[in-house]
Design a protein around this ligand. Structure first.
Ligand code: NAD
Length: 284
């Protein structure tokens, strides 16, 4: 049976870890050639090697890029097109949560600027070069390939609900991602380019777990999680696959919440979760 991304080409940023790594593996399993982009090239190369070894029918390459630099993003998009011939899916997923990001009084300007540079400007540039590439995609109906494509921008639940444990620059940057994605979705809606925001809840990835490094910090959040657990990166990858594929062909401009019910919650249940979380795709 054909995969849900058969013959397509995907570029994923932040592909060395967490959501980006799980998505790279899943997209390849579904038939896509994948360019894994990360500032940590060793991690991206490891992911590409795993894919190449596990799924010989698709190609996976790694490239180093800092999404906070426009030239790096342009070069990464050019590489995807030169190596694979097109770009169907752009997953602008890389982001940072700086340990010195705090409230309005304590956040220093350079932390604000760095966060915006990577989390918001990086997504803008990713959209810009993806749109230019997707307009040039050749059509081949026999392979299910068409012009345009799907752009997925990773935002966050903190762009929707406020937290009294502030990371002001991070939250503002993710709010910017939501607004920008919505607007671009309208601009490009008639040329076959869809843009949606993926809004993860709190996940068990290094980005958050490095920060929630005490049981007290983790428990402070856990009380607000209806399912009684943090999310897994693979659960976001599965949602990203839906947005990437033609299964979501009538979706654009959405804030797609994958948050275990967090943004719908007032009073959460007590007790342990009944079901275990899904296992990472890095483990076969
Ligand atoms: N983990 C969470 O709880 C959570 C919640 C909501 C949103 N998010 C968002 O999800 C996205 C992915 O996060 P994750 O949890 O998978 O994190 P992660 O730390 O597991 O992975 C992030 C990856 O991005 C890479 N990266 C960092 N800065 C980069 C840069 N300038 N250029 C290129 N690559 C860079 C890192 O090297 C790393 O491989 C981020 O945008 C994050 O803000 C995460």
């Amino acid at each position: 049976m054909a995969g849900r991304l058969q013959n397509k080409v995907a570029l994923i940023t932040g592909a060395g870890s967490g959501i980006g790594l799980e998505s790279s593996i899943l997209f390849a399993r579904e038939g896509a050639n994948v360019l894994l982009v990360d500032i940590n090239i060793e991690a991206a190369e490891k992911g590409a090697a795993l894919i190449t070894q596990r799924y010989p029918n698709v190609k996976a390459l790694a490239t180093k890029a800092d999404v906070g630099k426009e030239a790096d993003i342009k070069a990464a998009v050019d590489k995807a097109v030169n190596e694979f011939g097109r770009l169907d899916v752009m997953f602008n997923n890389a982001g940072i949560m700086h340990p010195a990001d705090d409230n309005a009084l304590n956040t220093e300007e350079h932390i604000w600027d760095l966060t915006m540079q990577i989390n918001l400007k990086g997504v803008w540039w990713g959209c810009k070069y993806a749109i230019l590439a997707m307009r040039e995609n050749p059509t081949d109906e026999s392979k299910g390939l068409h012009t345009g494509g799907s752009i997925i921008n990773t935002a966050s639940f903190v762009a929707i609900v406020g937290a009294a444990t502030p990371q002001l620059a991070y939250t503002a940057s993710k709010g910017g991602v939501l607004a920008m994605t919505r607007e671009l979705a309208m601009v490009h809606a008639r040329e076959g380019i869809r843009l949606n925001s993926l809004c993860p809840g709190p996940l068990k990835t290094p980005l958050l777990m490095d920060f929630l490094n005490t049981a007290e910090k983790r428990d402070r959040r856990m009380i607000h999680l209806p399912m009684g657990r943090f999310g897994e990166a693979v659960e976001l990858a599965k949602a990203a696959l839906f947005l990437a594929s033609d299964d979501s062909s009538y979706m654009t401009g959405t804030d797609f919440n994958v948050d275990g019910g967090l943004t719908s919650a007032y009073v959460t249940p007590i007790g342990e979760p009944t079901l275990p979380p899904p296992v990472s795709l890095t483990i076969e």
